[in-house]
Design a binder for this molecule. Structure first.
Ligand SMILES: [Zn+2]
Length: 686
């Protein structure tokens, strides 16, 4: 509806016209409201009816009469009478501002099938071929579904309409018609609404759209609308009848779920649509569960479905509706209904994982054939760069979620770290004073969180990973962690995919969004080797004269000894490696005496050979990507004897420090007369 161009009454009239496909709707208002689902406009119409201008009452009043009565919209539309004109004459009532103020005659062109349990009559036009069969089918199905709905609502049944007076059919049962309207309607009776308290249990009648819902699935549609009748037996605290956004979203959610309850394996097309349409919980996970939007409301059926599949809890809906009588919002009522399971705080993080509906959390698919999946805020391949960062702001309203998905397809992506800036306050901190062996990291900085502080109320962060050659790992809760890191050179950490699930389980009305207090959450990757290195190292010494020392180290292999884990980045941002193999071929010329031989480089002298790499520091500074190592082998009793300093990868005493190159290798020369060291190492995978 165009804002500001219509007064409120006309706006209501046009909404009613649109929902019934009434030709009186001006052309410029047609099209947009094409029935996306069933309409609840009639409750609002009934509530506002007595204050509408008389002409408008006459125009829309026939919609408040069941279609099988004289003077109904159906009668006026199909009998050739103009709807706007027929009202007075057909009513013949003393108070003709109120439709069906007297007993009208039923139209002979309609008849009905009543369910065996006498709870519902299904009305249809005798002239329409096939409708008798559809009506019988609906009645049969409703007999089957009824006890399920009663149990789901914890025993509370719809109110009877008290018929047959005042156009309420032939008995106290619910009257349901097969109607030629764009979308289905559930309607309270006008007299029950007039002058009553704002929210109270009401009987309703139902019109089901032939072209819309019936064409898609008559039985599911009937169960959906009849579930609305069950909901009308409950009040909603603080709400104006059943017209306010808050009861409405949950009414649609649970009617949608009722279709499913009735036929668990049915997987109605309507479920697929509800889950995946624009505005739905899966398409727009950053919207709150109780978003006042009918499409979102339909899709919220996933919550009762989750309760049913996960916990076998089919009374959750009844508990929630009962609680809503005492609570001003369904969010609070649902919190009550979830109390035995720890409330939203416990249920929400798992529910939003289910909503991914992808491996390894694809219960909706495996148990219900639902193919719709949650939309990712980010979904992409991490590029093979020397260093890469994806940072993304996350701001989540109460009862919402956000998903990221990263793929890792390039071997050059080696060190992968997800920094949690959502539930932790992330900042860049110097590691100052951290000592490697023989070296102090003065200017390195790392990202770190505030471990120990309580996360914001309701915040959750889970990481789900898939490692090459293995099934998906179970979701890992990193809410209290500032980062999680993986070394893709190691078999057990060779990430192929990572999903990050952010959630806000805070249900309280007015609760603020949760968003980062420090740096944004970020995925940081680089090509720095983290599992092992392989290569060569040469040492030569020219002390003058004819004396010389030379060593050619080959088949040198380092393997990881220490890798940072939780909470240690600020004290140990580096990875250490131990020498696992290496052979040195040396020649020594001393005072005219020459000898040569080979040496196992692992025969350490005083200190075992070491290699240390700073994998996790932030760009900039001389210690970013730093590689530092030392190796001295003991030549023992061989002809040369004594220690052989075959590797000096960096020498802080002469301010010579080396880094992992942009291509991922460690190559360099350290001249320090009379010695010269040359090395070349490349990262290796396990
Ligand atoms: Zn509905």
């Amino acid at each position: 509806m165009k804002a500001g161009t219509l007064d409120a009454d006309t706006g209501l009239e046009y909404k009613v016209f649109a929902s019934y496909g009434d030709p009186r709707l001006p052309a410029e208002y047609r099209g947009n409201d094409a029935a996306a689902g069933d309409s609840q406009i009639d409750a609002e119409l009934a509530q506002r009816f007595s204050s509408l201008p008389a002409a408008m009452q006459q125009a829309v009043g026939p919609y408040l009469i069941p279609a099988y009565y004289e003077g109904s919209w159906h009668d006026l539309r199909t009998s050739g009478k103009k709807v706007a004109d027929g009202h007075d004459a057909e009513l013949g009532a003393s108070d003709n501002s109120v439709p069906c103020g007297i007993e009208l005659r039923m139209l002979a062109t309609w008849t009905r099938v009543t369910t065996a349990n006498q709870k519902v009559s299904v009305w249809y036009q005798t002239k329409v071929t096939g409708d008798a069969a559809i009506a019988q089918n609906i009645a049969t199905e409703l007999d089957r579904a009824w006890p399920l709905l009663v149990a789901a609502m914890k025993g509370r049944e719809p109110l009877g309409d008290g018929g047959p007076g005042r156009c309420r059919g032939t008995g106290p049962e619910i009257d349901l018609t097969i109607s030629d309207i764009p979308g289905s309607h559930v309607k309270p009776y006008l007299f029950d609404v007039l002058g009553g308290s704002p929210s109270r249990p009401l009987p309703v009648f139902i019109e089901i759209s032939r072209a819309g819902d019936l064409a898609r699935d008559p039985v599911a549609s009937a169960v959906h609308e009849v579930m609305h009748a069950f909901q009308y037996a409950f009040t909603a605290k603080g709400a104006l009848g059943h017209t306010d956004a808050d009861p409405l979203w949950m009414m649609e959610a649970t009617s949608q779920w009722a279709q499913h309850l009735d036929r668990p394996a049915g997987n109605e097309g309507k479920e697929q649509v509800a889950a995946s349409i624009n505005g739905s919980l899966l398409k727009n996970p950053k919207l709150s569960l109780d978003e006042p939007n009918q499409r979102h409301g339909y899709s919220a059926y996933l919550l009762p479905l989750f309760m049913q599949l996960k916990y076998g809890d089919t009374e959750f809906v009844g508990r929630a509706f009962a609680a809503r009588e005492q609570r001003s919002t369904f969010a609070e009522a649902i919190e009550d209904a979830l109390s035995s399971r720890g409330g939203f705080a416990e249920v929400w993080p798992e529910f939003i994982q289910w909503n991914l509906n992808r491996a390894p959390v694809n219960e909706y698919t495996t148990r219900d054939s639902l193919t719709a999946t949650a939309d990712y805020a980010t979904d992409g391949d991490v590029p093979a760069r020397a260093s890469f960062m994806h940072e993304e702001s996350v701001s989540l309203p109460r009862l919402s979620a956000m998903y990221q998905h990263f793929s890792f397809k390039h071997d050059e992506i080696r060190t992968v770290t997800m920094y949690n800036g959502f539930s932790q306050t992330l900042s860049e901190q110097p590691v100052g004073g951290v000592r490697l062996i023989g070296l102090t990291l003065a200017d390195a900085t790392v990202y770190t969180g505030d471990s120990g502080k309580a996360p914001p109320e309701g915040a959750s962060v889970y990481v789900i990973t898939k490692v090459a050659g293995k099934d998906w790992d179970k979701p890992l809760d990193i809410t209290d962690r500032s980062y999680i890191t993986f070394c893709r050179d190691a078999l057990a950490e060779r990430l192929e995919e990572m999903i990050v699930v952010y959630g806000n389980s805070n249900y309280k009305p007015g609760a603020p969004n949760i968003q980062q207090k420090g740096l944004t959450p970020r995925l940081v990757t680089n090509n720095i080797g983290c599992w092992g290195w392989e290569g060569t190292a040469n040492w030569s010494q020219r002390p003058g004269g004819s004396n010389s020392e030379d060593l050619f180290g080959t088949s040198i292999r380092w393997e990881r000894e220490y890798w940072p884990t939780l909470g240690l980045l600020t004290s140990r941002p580096h990875t250490t490696f131990k020498l696992v193999s290496g052979t040195g071929a040396w020649t020594s010329v001393s005072d005219g005496k020459s000898c040569a031989g080979t040496l196992d480089l692992k025969n350490g002298f005083l200190l075992s050979p070491f290699l240390e790499i700073v994998n996790h520091s932030i760009g900039g500074g001389q210690h970013h990507r730093l590689a530092y190592g030392w190796g001295v082998a003991n030549a023992g009793s061989q002809c040369r004897g004594g220690p052989v300093p075959w590797l000096a990868l960096g020498d802080p005493s002469v301010n010579m420090l080396f880094k992992v190159s942009p291509d991922g290798s460690i190559t360099g020369t350290l001249p320090n007369a009379p010695d010269t060291w040359i090395w070349s190492f490349k990262p290796i995978r396990q």
